[in-house]
Ligand binder design. Structure first.
Ligand SMILES: [Zn+2]
Length: 186
């Protein structure tokens, strides 16, 4: 009888419900790390496919809607003192290899008008071919096929895909008209 009780207890601790109960009893530091990650690296969930990614270019866009070749981030400026407070702004990045590293955006995401930090909602690409690879905070690896941003801006939207938390987001770039590499050769 004793052995049976021991086994039941062992099963309880290491089975999934038991383990998550033990995990919930772990120190506050783990909780802090989890919320830190949550605040710092939220973006669109690239495990899903884009619904309507193409945005028309406009030659008379206001200065807070200008994009650059390669990657751009976007979101709403929430600084009450900014003259475009509440407006959707684009933040130019360029052909950076990493958007997110160690749970944090490692590229600037400041309002182009007031320079206050903007919470990133969407990612977008201009005049390039690109491939996005990501690792979520839960460890899931996501690898998308090559996409092209040539005649249109290519927007990966949180409204369409929902949010996800990232540990790493890496991007490979090519020219807008380059042939996609054979994935087997990589
Ligand atoms: Zn602003």
């Amino acid at each position: 009888m004793k052995i049976v009780s021991y086994l039941v207890c062992f099963y309880f601790v290491f089975s999934l419900p038991g383990w998550s109960m033990w995990k919930s009893l772990l120190s506050d530091d783990d909780e802090t790390l989890a919320s830190f990650a949550k605040i710092c690296a939220i973006g669109p969930d690239i495990e899903k496919d884009d619904i309507n990614p193409h945005v028309e270019y406009s030659s008379n866009a206001p200065s807070h809607c200008r994009v650059t070749i390669g990657a751009n981030l976007s979101g709403y400026c929430s600084n009450p003192g900014c003259k475009i407070n509440g407006k959707y702004v684009y933040m130019q990045v360029g052909k950076e290899e990493y958007l997110v590293r160690n749970f944090q955006y490692c590229v600037p995401h400041k309002c182009p008008e007031c320079k206050a930090d903007v919470e990133v909602r969407d990612w977008g690409f201009s005049r390039c071919a690109f491939k996005v690879l990501g690792r979520k905070t839960q460890g899931t690896k996501v690898e998308r096929p090559w996409r092209r941003a040539d005649d249109h801006y290519y927007k990966i939207s949180m409204d369409d895909l929902g949010p996800a938390e990232y540990e790493t987001v890496k991007v490979l770039y090519l020219g807008p008209k380059d042939t996609f590499p054979n994935e087997d050769d990589l």
